[in-house]
Design a protein around this ligand. Structure first.
Ligand code: GLA
Length: 376
């Protein structure tokens, strides 16, 4: 036997041995899977919804390195920084940008193959006062100065995350809840009227032409408010402003929306020819209230009773049924917070009233509602 023949023989022996070994190992593991339900627990929300839309969650950087991390990685393929890209955090002073915590969220998303939604460039809340004031006189700035500052903010922030953040909530909550007013009476509006909205989209697009640009708002299920949001979007489109999508925050409750209301909402928005996303989903176990108020006697029973659990389960089931029905238009569904351990609803509309608005309980265990959401 020549030297070459000997080498070839040894190689084929090695390959046969490896193949036999591999077959034994894989048959063992499939037997294991057949006997136990490991397959089910290895699947997360994002896997059930793989052929529908990405499933996202709003996070703090702290959560990513806590015991919630496993749950985040298993269930979600999109992240929204809960607070770390808001202007008060990321741009607290005129010449100071704080990238650290937002960068940490983006890095985690990249390591784990997740998308990132940027939230939010222009919002009347969690905004530092400096942007509206002249540093020397303390007086309110002119429209020209404010627009220039908005431009600078948007350009810096969008540019910093270019190629890493695929979508931006460019303007958040600019429409009024008051049926008699169109725009919200914010400092931005007081100084610039509607121009700040139009310009914000233009500047975001200039900074990253590939980013998907959203107008994001709440109480989109109200026919009156929805009509105003749609009017604004049509106005932006008619002015050739680069808006690509509408964010429906979806801070809902066990008593609303009704199925008819949600269907009408999705149907109306789907006609705009823009993508839709459910951007901040949570379903409070208490009847919906829009205004903060004092605690009353009936607020003291904060147990997650069987009745609350049942109602919430039905509501989640109904919502996701309709999200699936409108999958052609919906490009993402994101939850606002991870589990019932912590939610902004624990303090709104009533301070210190525990709520349970999500699909995982305080021990990070799937709630009954979770199983209804993935049953289809
Ligand atoms: C709004 C904002 C979010 C968040 C929630 C709840 O919906 O868009 O950033 O602050 O309120 O707190």
């Amino acid at each position: 036997m020549s030297k070459i023949q000997l080498i070839l023989l040894n190689y084929s022996r090695l390959i046969v041995t490896l193949l036999i070994g591999f077959t034994i190992i894989s048959s063992c593991s499939s037997t294991r899977n057949a006997h136990h339900s490991t397959v089910v627990s290895n699947k997360g929300l994002k896997d059930y919804y793989q052929s529908y839309f990405p499933i996202g969650v709003a996070v703090s950087p702290h959560a990513l390195y806590s015991d919630e991390s496993g749950l985040i990685k298993l269930n979600f393929n999109s992240l929204t920084p809960e607070n770390d890209m808001k202007m008060e955090t990321i741009h607290p002073k005129e010449l100071v940008y704080n990238w650290k915590t937002a960068d940490a969220i983006v890095a985690y998303a990249q390591q784990n193959n997740m998308k990132v939604r940027g939230h939010t460039l222009i919002w009347h809340n969690q905004v530092p006062d400096w942007i509206f004031k002249d540093a020397k006189t303390g007086k309110q700035v002119s429209k020209e100065v404010l627009l220039q500052r908005i431009k600078e903010h948007i350009t810096q922030v969008v540019n910093h995350f270019k190629g890493k953040v695929y979508a931006w909530d460019v303007v958040n909550e600019a429409i009024s809840d008051n049926p008699k007013e169109f725009y919200r009476n914010s400092k931005y509006f007081e100084i610039c009227r509607e121009e700040f909205i139009f310009k914000a989209f233009q500047w975001a697009h200039e900074a990253d032409p590939n980013a998907v640009l959203f107008y994001n708002d709440y109480n989109e299920i109200s026919a009156t408010k929805r009509a105003k949001i749609i009017t604004l979007i049509n106005k932006l489109k008619a002015s050739r402003i680069p808006i690509n999508a509408v964010g429906l925050q979806s801070h809902w409750a066990v008593d609303q929306p009704s199925k008819e209301q949600l269907e009408a909402t999705l149907n109306d928005f789907s006609k705009l020819g823009l993508k839709l996303q459910i951007t901040e989903l949570d379903i409070s176990v208490y009847p919906k209230e829009h205004q903060a108020r004092e605690k009353r006697e009936e607020d003291f029973d904060t147990s997650f009773s069987a009745a609350k659990e049942e109602k919430q389960m039905e509501q989640f089931k109904m919502c996701f049924g309709l999200f699936r029905k409108y999958k052609e238009y919906i490009s993402g569904v994101s939850f606002w917070n991870i589990s019932d351990r912590q939610s902004w609803l624990d303090n709104f509309p009533v301070q210190n009233r525990k709520d349970y608005p999500l699909l995982f309980d305080r021990n990070l265990v799937h709630k009954k509602a979770y199983w209804e959401v993935v049953k289809f």
